[in-house]
Design a protein around this ligand. Sequence first.
Ligand SMILES: [Mg+2]
Length: 392
Amino acid sequence: MKITDVRPWIVTGPPTEPGLPGHAGERLHYVFVQVDTDEGLTGWGEITTYPGLVANRAIAAMLREVRPVLIGHDPARIEAIWHKLFRLFTYMGTRGATTAMISGIDIALWDLRGQALGQPIYELLGGPLRETVPLYVHFAYSDTPEEMARHARGQVDLGARAIKTDPFLAAGRASGALDNTTYVGGGLDPATEQTGVEMIAAVREAVGPQVEILIDAHGLYNVPTAVRLANRLAPYNITWFEEPVPPESYHALRQAREQIPVPMCVGERLHTRFEFVPIFEGRLADFIMPDVTWTGGITELKKIANMAEAYYIPITPHDASGPINILAGAHVSLTVPNFYRLEARRVQFDFYNAFLDEPLVVHDGALHVPRRPGLGLSLNLDYLRAHEVKPG
Ligand SMILES: [Mg+2]
C-alpha cells in the first residue's frame, strides 16, 4: 500500500454550549488530517490547536508542505514515518508545531493500519485491559458560585464521576477586574481569588463527597500565587491541581511541587517522551496528561504511558479539541495499566458527534470504544465539505 495524498481540513464546528471556557456560543475551528492510499483506504487524524484560526491555519500550511515527503510511502511504516518527520525539522524545532503535525499524520496511519488488518487500534497496541474508558468532564463556566454549582451538578446527574474546572479563570472573567487569561506577572487579585474559592466550596457542596473535583490552573500563576491558591482549595478534597505554573520552567514547577499540599498534574503542553523525562526523574507530578494530538500521536502517547508506568504514575490523556482526539486517546487508554481517566468536554458528546458518521457512546461517565477496525468511526465528509474554512 502507498500513500497517495495528505490533506488538511480546517472545519467550523457546531455552536458551543454557552459558558464553555473562552468561547461561549462561538463556533470553534478544528483541524483534521485525511491520508489517502492507492488501495482505497482513508485514514483520519486530528491536530486542532490554539489559538483558533491563527494556529490552525499555520498547522494546516505545515501539513500541505510535508505532503510531498509522505506521498509514495508505505503507511504501515508508522515508526519510520514518525522519525522521518521528527528529524526533518531538527533545525526549526522538533517539539510543538512539529509534534502536533506528526500527531495528526500518526493517528491517521494507525487508523489505516487497523483498517488494513481488520482490527481496532487497541488490538494492535496489546489488547484492552478494560472494557470502557472512564472520563472526566468540564462543566459550563459562570459568574457566581451558585451557577457554577448548578452546572457541576448537571454533569454529575448525567453520569459524571469526576469534574474539572478553573474557578479563578471563571471568577476573573466574571469580575472583569483582571485579565487572567494569559500569563504576564502571574498574580491574582484578592477579590477574584476569594470568589474562585467560594465557587469550589459551592461545587463540593452540590456534588457531595464522592465526586472527584479537579482544578486546572492553566499555567497562569507565579510560584507563590500557585502555592497559595492550591492551599486555599485543599480543604475541598481536590484530586489534582493542574499546571500551577507556565510550562517553560521545571525549576518553578519543583518549587510549586514542594509547597503544594494536593496531587499535581502536568503535561498538556509537553511534547514527546523526551520532555516527560524531567517530570518522572524529578518527581514533579502525580498524574501526567499528554495530548495525543500534540505530543506525537498514538505512537508517542503509548511510549509516554509506558515510561510513566515504570514510575507508577497514571496517565490521563488531555483533550481540548474534537472527536479524533477523543478516539485516539481512548484506544491507547484501553491498553495501558497506568490509566486514570480520559478528559472530555462534557458527559454527552454533542460537540463531537456532528463530525462523525455514528455517535460516540457514553454510559455512566465512561466511553465505549467502537469495536470496528481502525479508530472505529469515520468523519462525515458531507459535514466537512459544508463547513470547511479555506486557507487564509
Ligand atoms: Mg489543562
